[in-house]
Ligand binder design. Structure first.
Ligand code: NAD
Length: 487
């Protein structure tokens, strides 16, 4: 194991930087350089969770009384500070996640700034309503925060996904204890430091550690009044059981196997760029909304596959900090081995054809990190695990279609329903397909990212609840109280 200037970063509990009660640390590695340790962070236990949750519970008593527009002003200051430190945060994200700085990490920081500004603005939109009743009766509702929010996030866009919990939770008067992902806590700890500068102690607490230790302790703590989780569907199910044990609400942003449907009129270079963007190759395909099932109409199949293969061949896979790199490395060995397992399965499956990419070279500079090339497979009938399961790597499965009803049926024949992409210029086709696809987010002729203001979240096993929007904030972080007054 290579140690390269290892620093010990600390958690944020009750406004102070904190080690764990046991003083144990664990290593954070740079996935672009196998075995190199870039920092150590505290290994939080149930004891640390208890300290953090109690601090958040204490802070809730006064934070809920702070006027929402004042809370919004503080969030705006956090956004400004993130902007000022943007490049440093982007470099941290690139180093710990393997995501390329130019095509991904800087964009993540930009999104963090937009998220904080958006929720700063809508903080004062937390309103109730009045209800028409009898003459001598008045009835109205008000929205109130829950209290301590327990939040858990994954590693693939760690600071953005943490901001999507912290900003709306705090804007609506809750306090929060957030557990960062064990592979990528460093950018989140930088954000935590900024939050500590502007928010009173205990309002935002960030802990680091393992899911089955401090994660479970957080989801079972009696003072946590609501759980918000982003991660895999499998862990989401266990977390929902935890919520059921205490009858507390749970929001889940989970996995996906999102389809892209290309109609005959969409055989252009611009569409090819859009497909690549929707597939999230810039994040090595490690995105919940990656469009990993590509359905191409028979009439354009060969021509579009050729264009796609040519474009993907131009992408440069390399060091995430290199400005030339379009793609960086996979997050860790476990994920790398999992993706390679899928690729091997595709190569050995008679029903599946490898078009480009494949298993990584065992020698050469890229073998120093967990790098994989963009990989395209084709399969006539979609009858393969590669077309059904979330791979979370740069692997795209292409399938032909002829009949619109059949392709919609194939698209919907999935336990997931997070995102979908439709490529056509025909307006009636757009309207018809958009209403038939079972997904929480449908993009037509666009492969870009989510944007604050528009709800994002899954149908089916891709999740429960919405993020990114005012509605999402109100539904996830406030509860309605109805008040009736008889005069
Ligand atoms: P994961 O479910 O393994 O881990 C996510 C987080 O949960 C980590 O912080 C982990 O420590 C914690 N955790 C694990 N077990 C736990 C337990 N028993 N109790 C409490 N916490 C526990 O997911 P991952 O591999 O880190 O991330 C990839 C997954 O996240 C993919 O499935 C992806 O689709 C999904 N994701 C979804 C969205 C979305 O918005 N829908 C966004 C990003 C990622």
């Amino acid at each position: 194991m290579k140690f390269v200037s290892v620093v010990q970063e600390l958690m944020l509990i009750n406004g102070k930087r904190a080690a764990s009660a046991s003083s144990e640390f664990f290593s954070i590695e740079n996935p672009a350089e196998k075995g190199s340790v870039i920092a150590e962070v505290p290994r939080a236990s149930a004891e640390d969770v208890d300290i953090a949750v109690k601090a958040a519970d204490e802070a809730f008593k006064f934070w809920r009384e702070v006027p929402s527009r004042e809370r919004g002003k503080l969030l705006w200051k956090i956004a400004d500070a993130v902007e000022a430190q943007g490049e440093e945060i982007a470099r941290t994200i690139a180093t710990e996640t393997g995501n390329a700085i130019r095509t991904q990490a800087r964009g993540e920081v930009k999104s963090v700034i937009e998220i904080f500004r958006y929720f700063a603005g809508v903080a004062s939109e937390i309103k109730g309503s009045t209800c028409p009743v009898d003459n001598n009766l008045m009835a109205y509702t008000q929205r109130e925060p829950y209290g301590v929010i327990g939040a858990i996030v994954p590693w693939n866009a760690p600071v953005q996904l943490s901001s999507l919990k912290i900003a709306p939770a705090v804007a609506s008067g809750n306090t929060i204890v957030l557990k960062a992902a064990e592979d990528a806590p460093l950018g989140v700890l930088k954000l935590a430091k900024i939050c500590a500068e502007y928010l009173p102690p205990g309002v935002v607490n960030v802990i680091t550690g393992f899911g089955q230790e401090c994660g479970e302790a957080l989801t079972s703590h009696p003072l946590v009044k609501k759980i918000t989780f982003t991660g895999s569907t499998a862990v989401g199910k266990t977390i929902m059981h935890k919520g059921a044990d205490r009858i507390i609400p749970v929001s889940l942003e989970l996995g996906g196997k999102s389809p892209q449907i290309v109609f005959p009129d969409a055989n252009t270079d611009k569409v090819v760029d859009g497909i690549i963007s929707a597939m999230r190759f810039a994040r090595q395909g490690q995105s919940c909304s990656a469009g990993t099932r590509l359905y191409l109409h028979n009439s354009i199949f060969d021509s579009l596959v050729e264009k796609l293969a040519n474009k993907l061949g131009e992408l440069k896979v390399g060091n995430p900090l290199d400005e030339e790199s379009d793609m960086g490395s996979i997050i860790n060995k476990k994920q790398f081995d999992k993706v390679c397992g899928f690729i091997e399965e595709g190569i050995n499956d008679e029903n599946v054809e490898l078009l480009i990419g494949g298993l990584p070279a065992e020698e050469g500079p890229l073998s120093q990190g967990y790098y994989l090339q963009p990989t395209l497979f084709a399969c006539k009938n979609g009858n393969t695990r590669l077309a059904k399961e979330e791979i979370f790597g740069p692997v795209l499965m292409i399938m032909p279609w002829e009949d619109e009803d059949e392709v919609i049926q194939a698209v919907n024949n999935s336990s997931y329903g997070l995102a979908a992409y439709v490529w056509t210029n025909d307006t009636t086709t757009v309207l018809r397909t958009a209403s038939k696809i079972e997904s929480g987010w449908i993009q037509v002729n666009r492969g870009g990212a989510q944007m604050p203001g528009l709800s994002y979240g899954g149908y089916k096993q891709s999740g429960i609840g919405r993020e990114f929007s005012l509605e999402g904030m109100l539904d996830s972080y406030t509860q309605i109280k109805s008040i009736m007054i008889d005069f």
